[in-house]
Design a binder for this molecule. Structure first.
Ligand SMILES: [Zn+2]
Length: 147
């Protein structure tokens, strides 16, 4: 079983258990994963971006320690801010997809080149990373950014 941090198209964050990542993908595609608050079936995994130290000054807000506040219903201004944050992460960090936890560990333990990365991971993995001293930030996915 795997627990995912999810978010609906209205910005409600919640968590749900799945047998495996394929089972989440399949159920989400069929509209069987619903937001407990508004019952929307437009649900996606929250993207995790690490606060992995990077020497690049321009690496973005993710490393400056600014608090990420996720409101229940993001208004246009907040959506704009989140979009800018996402764009900044995407421009400065390498997308590692589901290998996020693995890569974050390698960087943390100096087994690979130090760089900013982003990708997806489970709540359990994010908690494990946190226990190992690797900070990760959940970045909400905006509904109009999904493909
Ligand atoms: Zn919702």
């Amino acid at each position: 079983m795997i627990r995912y941090a999810l978010i609906c198209d209205a910005g409600h964050a919640f968590e749900s258990w799945f047998r495996d990542s394929e089972s989440f993908d399949r159920q989400a595609r069929r509209g069987q994963v619903n937001c407990p608050t508004c019952h929307s079936a437009r649900v996606s995994k929250q993207i995790m971006a690490p606060a992995v130290a990077t020497r690049k000054e321009e690496a973005g807000q993710a490393e400056t320690g600014q608090p990420m506040v996720m409101p229940a219903a993001p208004d246009a201004e907040i959506r704009q801010m989140l979009r800018a944050l996402r764009a900044q992460i995407e421009a400065n960090a390498e997308h590692v997809g589901p290998r996020f936890a693995e890569e974050a560990r390698k960087i943390h333990y100096g087994e690979t080149e130090e760089r900013a990365i982003y990708g997806t991971t489970s709540v359990k993995e994010a908690a494990a990373l946190h226990e190992e001293g690797i900070e990760v930030l959940p970045i909400p996915v905006l509904p109009d950014e999904r493909n």
